[in-house]
Design a protein around this ligand. Structure first.
Ligand code: ZN
Length: 151
């Protein structure tokens, strides 16, 4: 599926797919959320640690296709240090990027997903982790994990 994406972008995605960054749970997280893309079989859980309005730590676990894993890996790198509002604004840019191939703002490394718009079935893979991010931020202070009994 990468025939039309340039080599650099392909290499970054494959690298993050094979060696996902921040690929672990955050036991002391402020909030978390699960994402599931039944069309592809992607499943992931995102963990965030907040300091006031700022995202200090982000991590994920899960399984899925290369695009979904690379997207979650790059997401965790991208949002660290951002405010909640900045992270959600970045989601809007990513959504724009993967559905049109262009973004109207600075997306940094996330530009590697510019080619995804040519493959509509993959768009949901690319933004699954961002949906999980939105769910986690909305559920702040109320972990959705059924395993969490701590306050
Ligand atoms: Zn997928």
């Amino acid at each position: 599926m990468f025939d039309d994406v340039n080599d650099l972008y392909q290499q970054v995605i494959l690298d993050h797919c094979k060696k996902p960054r921040n690929f672990h749970e955050l036991p002391q997280c402020s909030c978390s959320a699960q994402g599931h893309n039944p069309l592809c079989g992607d499943q992931l859980k995102l963990f965030l640690t907040l300091d006031g309005d700022v995202i200090r730590e982000a991590s994920f676990v899960g399984q899925g296709c290369c695009i979904s894993k690379a997207s979650a890996s790059l997401l965790t790198e991208n949002i660290k240090g951002k405010t909640k509002a900045e992270a959600l604004a970045t989601f809007e840019l990513v959504r724009e990027l993967v559905t049109t191939g262009k973004a109207t703002g600075e997306v940094g490394k996330l530009a590697v997903f510019a080619g995804v718009y040519k493959y509509p079935a993959r768009v949901k893979c690319a933004i699954l982790s961002w949906h999980a991010l939105t769910a986690a931020l909305k559920g702040e202070g109320v972990p959705v994990s059924t395993e969490s009994e701590k306050n």
